[in-house]
Write a protein that binds this ligand. Structure first.
Ligand code: BT5
Length: 326
């Protein structure tokens, strides 16, 4: 924990109180000049800190920033957030989480960035990640499950995002197989699940989650393959990113514990209830060709079950699903 984080923690443990420079310097074992420098940095980051002669410093307001100490403070998780890495900018939180995973980072490590310079979607696609408004985060998990079950974890994060949108933003969203969250047909969130494994053993899985929270119309690029939206556009109300992130992590933490204990069935049932295409006629574009059928659910490994006209049920492992217009 940096001196800056420690100062914030002191303010948090003594809300609305003045803390003298001397007391802070003593409890952190740093000079009073160092305290003053850190207070200056905090102010530059948007913290409103009052300084009164003979009384000391007092925290008046906190900005909507995703700082490590802010994320950790009050986070009520069993496993997620054991370690939180928060950066102003990185190329991709998934890439950083993978690097940390290779270096042996703890299960439950959370990586968050305010901006991604090369946010990633599937198949080399881009994820637009402007600063200050959205959530870009990756969670490192080390489940002891067979390699072929790793895709199941995407559905845990999908359900957790939809339920957090409901709880925190009062917004109803749907899941679209395999990794999209939609509101009224427009994409509000995308998920990117990546794995590091050998033939039989998972070293770790990275759950990448991007959610458009406070993005305005003008901040979306002109050319996106599909319509996109944000919480702000849907509800007209800005979202506190920290509250959203903590609520999301807490929910995912519960679902992950349940998944390790009870397997995929509970989350699969929840996902099917939230799926916008259940029992619908769809066309699946699989790159080489397409397949038409009715969506009848997920199988135990997370593949989409598609019932063809001849009654046969196909397992779809990858592809883009579109409703068939009748
Ligand atoms: C996804 O890919 O939807 C997965 C996105 C995962 C992003 C998170 S952010 C944190 C973590 N770190 C990363 O680097 N990535 C993860 P896909 O299904 O391939 O969708 C990508 C497509 O969505 C693009 O080709 C665009 O058409 C569209 N798109 C890009 N940015 C968008 C945005 N912010 N909102 C909505 N749609 C977007």
């Amino acid at each position: 924990m940096t001196s800056r984080d420690k100062i914030l923690n002191l303010f948090r443990t003594c809300p609305d109180q003045y803390l003298s420079g001397q007391d802070i310097s003593r409890s952190l074992n740093i000079s009073r000049t160092a305290v003053w420098k850190q207070v200056k940095v905090l102010r530059e980051l948007g913290f409103e800190i009052e300084a009164k002669h003979s009384l000391g410093y007092r925290l008046l307001a906190t900005p909507d920033l995703l700082l490590t100490s802010e994320i950790e403070s009050g986070l009520n998780c069993q496993l997620l957030g054991q370690s939180v890495v928060s950066l102003a900018e990185t190329d991709s939180t998934n890439v950083l989480a993978r690097r940390l995973g290779e270096e042996g980072a703890l299960e439950g490590t959370v990586v968050v960035a305010d901006r991604q310079s090369a946010g990633r979607g599937r198949l080399g696609r881009r994820w637009e990640s402007p600063p200050g408004i959205n959530l870009y985060c990756s969670i490192l998990l080390r489940p002891k499950i067979p390699v072929q079950q790793a895709p199941q974890l995407t559905f845990l994060s999908a359900v957790a995002v939809v339920e957090t949108l409901k709880e925190v933003c009062h917004l109803s969203a749907e899941v679209k197989w395999p990794n999209d969250i939609l509101v009224g047909g427009a994409k509000i969130s995308g998920l990117l699940n990546e794995m590091n494994a050998e033939t039989e053993q998972i070293h770790f899985v990275i759950l990448g989650v991007g959610v458009n929270l406070n993005m305005t119309e003008a901040q979306f690029p002109d050319i996106l393959n599909y319509p996109a939206t944000s919480v702000l556009l849907e509800t007209g109300k800005p979202v506190d990113r920290l509250i959203f992130l903590q609520a999301f992590l807490q929910r995912l933490d519960l679902y992950y514990a349940e998944f390790l204990k009870e397997g995929f069935s509970p989350v699969r049932r929840r996902w099917e209830k939230l799926c916008n295409m259940m029992n619908m006629q769809v066309e699946v574009d699989q790159g080489g060709g397409s397949l038409c059928g009715t969506v009848v659910g997920l199988d135990t490994e997370g593949a989409l079950r598609l019932q063809l006209d001849n009654g046969q049920v196909e397992r779809i492992l990858a592809g883009d699903v579109r409703p068939v217009k009748i």
